[in-house]
Design a protein around this ligand. Structure first.
Ligand code: BMA
Length: 315
């Protein structure tokens, strides 16, 4: 192995879900993740081998390692006729449990010929999914919601693209923005929260739903670096002020995990570790991250919440 593990450590029998676990899949990857009724729930992106469009399927587990897929897909295309045309291709769902309303909100990109918009939807049981509306214009791929209102407002993070007039998109840049809303539909006061700050994230960065800790909002991000042989996706962490999440109070200099195993180097998109979230096991001081490996399978990495927070605070 090339890199010393720090921050997030791989489960020894990774990958825990591969396309072989889902008949007809070319890839089972980037998953939303949360706890529901004592079970770990993954909302997995499924890329069908028959060339059809990707969709989202629920997998459930009692031990967080062995997962069983539900019978039917969970999110295919939007069922709302007036927004269906913007939702050819649902991927990368980001789940936020909102205790105040006892609901799981799901934000996700919806891809179409008009670009990539941000969708908001919800579920109460991970059986029935309901679209609410389109909440961001193209191109916005990475919307995610804070788990509670702050000073009376909903807050979200996202990552609109900046395209630097390059037909091959090689000069894409992406910063993390923060915005607020009184009702989840109308968003405003958009501010840049974070720009790339290190070589491992110099091309673009993207957020996941923030996790509340006593030290601040812990925010697991992906960071992309470039080289002559392509891009590399790693994960890192940032800490935001609890009272005012527009303030960055810490960030890790080095990635918590970066591609370093065959199943991360090889697959549909090589050199990718990507996540749509993380699960905090507060009682065990543990963070669990179910990550997409090479856009093909799912790996599990765990770390100590307090150590990751300390890594952010060093900066
Ligand atoms: C990002 C997203 C992810 C994907 C990653 C690497 O832009 O589209 O779904 O895992 O690229 O291909």
């Amino acid at each position: 192995m090339l890199f010393k593990e720090k921050g997030l450590f791989r489960y020894e029998n990774n990958p825990i879900i591969t396309p072989a676990d889902y008949p007809g899949a070319l890839a089972v990857f980037n998953c939303g993740q949360t706890m529901y009724q004592g079970q770990t729930i993954l909302l997995c992106a499924i890329d069908p081998a028959n060339g059809g469009l990707p969709y989202i399927h629920v997998a459930r587990s009692d031990d967080g390692i062995h997962f069983t897929f539900d019978e039917k897909p969970f999110i295919t295309q939007s069922r709302l006729p007036h927004i269906k045309e913007l939702d050819w291709w649902p991927i990368d769902p980001r789940v936020t449990y909102f205790p105040e309303e006892d609901v799981y909100y799901i934000m996700r990109p919806g891809n179409s010929d008009a670009g990539c918009v941000a969708f908001l939807g919800k579920t109460h049981d991970f059986v029935t999914y309901e679209d609410i509306d389109v909440i961001a214009l193209p191109n916005n791929r990475v919307p995610c919601l804070f788990p509670e209102k702050i000073n009376g407002m909903y807050y979200r993070l996202d990552r609109p693209y900046v395209l630097l007039n390059d037909p091959h998109n090689e000069n894409q840049r992406g910063y993390i923005w923060i915005s607020e809303s009184p009702d989840l539909i109308h968003w405003g006061r958009h501010r840049i929260l974070l720009r790339p700050w290190a070589n491992w994230n110099i091309v673009k960065i993207g957020p996941t739903p923030p996790i509340k800790t006593k030290d601040g909002w812990l925010e697991i991000i992906h960071g992309v670096s470039g080289s002559c042989s392509g891009q590399r996706y790693s994960l890192g962490a940032v800490l935001l002020d609890l009272e005012d999440p527009t303030k960055v109070i810490g960030r890790c200099d080095e990635p918590l995990i970066t591609p370093d195993r065959e199943y991360e180097y090889m697959g549909k998109v090589p050199n990718v570790i990507f996540t749509c979230g993380a699960i905090a096991d507060y009682g065990e001081d543990r963070l669990r991250v179910y990550y997409g490996a090479a856009d093909t399978s799912i790996g599990l990495a765990t770390g100590s919440l307090s150590e990751i927070i300390a890594m952010c605070k060093q900066k």
